[in-house]
Design a protein around this ligand. Structure first.
Ligand code: CP3
Length: 355
């Protein structure tokens, strides 16, 4: 057991349930956490958020970010917390202008050509991101012994989408056009993001993150060959750079909406676990993916928002299909801001009772 795994051990020697599942064990009760579990659906988050001028300041304030990380745990007792930060702090720390507009989401000064690329600065990156590592260290020392700490970053492709499009919710025609007409520029941007993201993740682990999740939320818009080039190859490189510095740290890949490419992604990137969006049939995942890696997912976030018997039945169906192998219960995408917190409490009860 290396030093990385040592911090994952509780006092009596039993490892944290999330880490056991990521290591390939079928754990009961099923470990769970929810993507975007810290955030606007919690009234205590909204109150905390009002203390910072803007969202970037909030992410770079270790005291506030540590508190936001811990809030969902206090209410619901998940098996893991996820660092409170955002995937867009990487372009911000590279020198791109990033802001979050209330009600609109992130706005970035879009990269237009190789000129924009040359202005991005990787030197000094971890110094500029150091408040986030301080948050990780603070959270690590405040957790109960059974709770795991998940660090994260965006996948290089998904971060590049925001950097080139300048905002979310577009049809991605700017980045598709750039990568199709100037693939060398695309490769340079992705290469820079692989380096920056690896450095960012290594520092998270050194400060106490025990698991890393890579969010590739925009993986689902690429054709087969593009998926190999812009998702699989950079993720494989990122995972191997991370493992080179932090051997043994479990990695969860989440190439959202990858469809049948999920299988090749798992095999080729070497991730320990695979996050499934809600469109993935659980029986297929049990047969095709679970023998290769732990699986995580995939309750529909709209079903959680509606709640009630329908949600409970659906959660049990997912559990029954996947509980026979290594499995972590989660959503297929993040908690929606208008989700009643009581629905998450009801979900917790169902999960603890088992399938
Ligand atoms: O609880 C957690 O999951 C930890 C914190 C976290 C945030 N963003 C906080 C946040 C995590 C893991 C993310 C990941 C993230 N950020 C992704 C990947 C996951 C996904 O949802 O697809 C992406 C694409 C982003 C970029 C981003 N950040 C967008 C598009 C937006 C606006 C839309 C939205 O959901 O608000 C954000 C803002 C953001 N990130 C908020 C939070 C809590 C809301 C801003 C606020 O509170 O003022």
């Amino acid at each position: 057991m290396g030093p990385q795994r040592a911090i994952s051990t509780t006092k009596d020697g039993a490892r944290k349930p999330l880490l056991r599942a990521l290591d390939g064990e079928a754990v009961s009760p099923i470990p769970w956490w929810l993507m975007r579990q810290a955030g606007r659906f919690l009234p205590e988050y909204r109150e905390l958020r009002s203390k910072a001028q803007n969202f970037i300041d909030f992410c770079f304030d270790p005291k506030l970010a540590c508190e936001a990380t811990l809030q969902p745990l206090r209410r619901f007792g998940m098996d893991a917390v996820i660092l409170f930060s955002d995937i867009l702090v990487v372009p911000y720390a590279l020198g791109q202008k990033v802001s979050f507009v209330e009600g609109e989401g992130p706005i970035l000064a879009p990269l237009v050509s190789d000129l924009g690329l040359r202005e991005l600065k990787i030197a000094g990156l971890s110094e500029r991101l150091s408040p986030i590592f301080e948050t990780v260290a603070r959270v690590a020392t405040s957790l109960p012994p059974v709770t795991a700490l998940i660090g994260f970053a965006g996948g290089p492709w998904t971060v590049a989408v925001y950097m080139v499009e300048g905002k979310g919710g577009t049809d991605c025609s700017k980045i598709r056009n750039l990568f199709l007409t100037k693939p060398a520029d695309g490769a340079a941007l992705i290469g820079l993001l692989v380096q920056a993201t690896a450095e960012y993740l290594v520092h998270q682990v050194r400060n106490g993150a025990e698991v890393i999740q890579i969010f590739d939320s925009w993986a689902g818009i690429l054709s087969e060959e593009e998926f190999r080039r812009w998702i699989i190859a950079p993720t494989k490189q990122l995972v191997s750079l991370l493992r080179g510095e932090c051997p043994g740290v479990p990695v969860i890949g989440f190439p959202r909406s990858a469809g049948v490419m999920y299988r090749e992604y798992v095999q080729a990137t070497g991730v320990d676990a695979i996050g499934l969006d809600s469109l993935v049939p659980v029986g297929w995942a049990a047969r095709e993916l679970q023998p290769l890696a732990a699986v995580q997912g995939n309750l529909d976030n709209q079903v959680l928002r509606v709640g009630g018997r329908q949600m409970e039945t659906e959660a049990r169906r997912i559990m029954r299909a996947l509980a026979g192998g290594p499995f972590v219960f989660n959503l297929g995408h993040g908690v929606l801001p208008d989700t009643p917190p009581e629905n998450v409490a009801a979900l917790a009860k169902v999960l603890r009772a088992g399938a």
